[in-house]
Design a protein around this ligand. Structure first.
Ligand code: ADP
Ligand code: K
Ligand code: ZN
Length: 433
């Protein structure tokens, strides 16, 4: 089977635009009627949903940012009563609280079909055995992929993360044909496969890699190491989760599903860039019920590709993600905002508010994050034990907010250079993958 939902995947251009306009009108009405945050914003701009008469009218609508989710934490932006929400997920917020997103039963169904679309697009079907080697739980990557695999009718192996040797044993024992993980974990898996010398015992054909940026040379490395085709999987929790854009077998940009999302690529002033130019991806959901989002600034830099794709799908494509518009860092696929770290540190006594973040890649090619913090004057009693307990306290506080382990290095007060301008606090020493 070539398409999962041929009607939408290959819809004629004009028909697709009409569908988008109808869905945009519905979404604008839903947020206006059900979400006070949006109603106030519309009112401040002097508009109502009736002002949307063409797709270009999207420009009249207000933008939404990650901080708006924080200000309405946890459920303030949901557009349906709580009883209609069947699941929530969360991702990193910009401060101490995570970003919470919600789904109705229909949303889960839409998402599963969107994933099944992606899987069909890369040549998978019910005969496949799909190992999902990402974090389950509050992050969207686990259950998002999982429901899609089941929707496709393939066999899901919900292996989660960690225990690499065991992961590779499962691949052999269960005849795994497709895998999903971050590209950096993929590289480490590949290295372990080489060390175990078991490549000829694997049946892998397809790898889906996402949650962090990666390059075409990493694609080649992964494809050679596993003897697979490697595909880029893009998404973000605010828009559902993974799978909102995905490469087809042409491996020439990611199809972004135009029946579910209205795509804009904007410059720093919020103006549309010329076709094919770099800009920030701004998305409006067109079918989400629980948590519709208008003009969400993803912070991801990409290009919009409007040329026709040989695969016959009519959606636009985006280039791989080329960078970030803000200071968000991605560590092992998990988003980290320097402001989250700052937020943790200011709450802890015995240390100053000065800090530096160092990012490195360890021997396993996995990201390591080290936060250097200054001890406050008089905080050191002379007991090494005290130092160690302060260090551990900072480590555990960071872990609980960031969801990943950060190494903490304590230094004497005054060690971290004060600057009058914008302090350079982040030192990313990782080689790009
Ligand atoms: P996920 O678990 O899918 O990473 P999050 O909402 O936690 O979802 O993070 C979304 C962010 O992750 C995106 O805005 C983007 O910065 C980054 N991201 C996700 N997929 C990719 C990808 N394929 N390439 C580059 N960055 C990605
Ligand atoms: K991510
Ligand atoms: Zn295509």
């Amino acid at each position: 089977m070539k398409y999962w939902q041929p009607k939408y995947e290959t819809m004629e251009h004009d028909e697709l635009l009409e569908l988008q306009l109808n869905r945009l009108k519905k979404t604008a009405a839903a947020v206006y009627n059900n979400v006070p945050f949006y109603r106030e914003k519309f009112k401040a701009l002097g508009i109502t949903p009736d002002d949307i008469r063409s797709l270009d009218d999207i420009r009249k609508l207000p933008m939404t940012k990650k901080t708006d989710l924080r200000d309405n934490y946890p459920f303030g932006l949901f557009a349906v009563p709580k009883k209609d929400i069947v699941r929530i997920h969360a991702s990193s917020g910009t401060s101490g609280k995570p970003t919470v997103v919600g789904y109705t039963a229909n949303d889960i169904e839409t998402w599963a079909n969107m994933m099944a679309r992606n899987f069909t697009m890369v040549g998978l079907d019910a005969n496949d055995v799909f190992q999902n080697a990402v974090n389950y739980g509050l992050f969207t990557g686990g259950l998002g992929f999982h429901y899609g695999i089941e929707q496709l009718g393939a066999m899901a192996v919900p292996s989660g993360t960690g225990n690499t040797v065991r992961q590779i044993e499962m691949m052999q024992d269960f005849g795994v044909t497709a895998i999903h993980c971050t590209p950096s974990y993929g590289l480490y898996l590949a290295e372990t496969v080489r060390e175990m010398n078991v490549l000829d015992k694997l049946s892998l054909r397809v790898g889906c890699f996402g949650a962090e940026p990666w390059s075409s040379s990493t694609r080649k490395e992964l494809e050679d190491a596993f003897n697979i085709k490697a595909y880029d999987s893009y998404g973000l929790s605010e828009m559902m989760g993974p799978g909102i854009a995905f490469e087809c077998q042409e491996q020439d940009g990611l199809h972004i599903w135009s029946d579910h999302y209205l795509v804009e690529v904007l410059d720093e002033d919020g103006e549309q860039v010329a076709e094919g130019e770099k800009g920030e991806l701004v998305l409006t959901s067109l079918t989400k019920e629980a948590f519709p989002v208008i003009r969400y600034r993803t912070g991801d830099i990409t290009r919009l590709l409007k040329s026709e794709c040989v695969c016959g799908r009519t959606s636009n494509r985006i280039s791989r993600i080329l960078g970030r518009a803000d200071d968000m860092l991605i560590v092992r696929g998990i988003n980290v905002f320097p402001s989250q770290i700052e937020n943790v540190l200011v709450r802890i006594g015995k240390i100053t508010d000065q800090f530096e973040i160092y990012l490195d890649r360890n021997k396993k090619k996995l990201d390591e994050i080290t936060v250097r913090v200054e001890l406050d004057e008089g905080a050191f009693t002379g007991e090494i034990q005290d130092l160690e307990s302060t260090r551990r306290l900072v480590e555990s506080e960071l872990k609980s907010v960031l969801n990943i382990r950060a190494n903490v290095e304590l230094v004497e007060k005054g060690t971290i250079p004060r600057s009058t301008g914008k302090a350079k606090r982040v030192f990313d020493r990782r080689e790009a993958i």
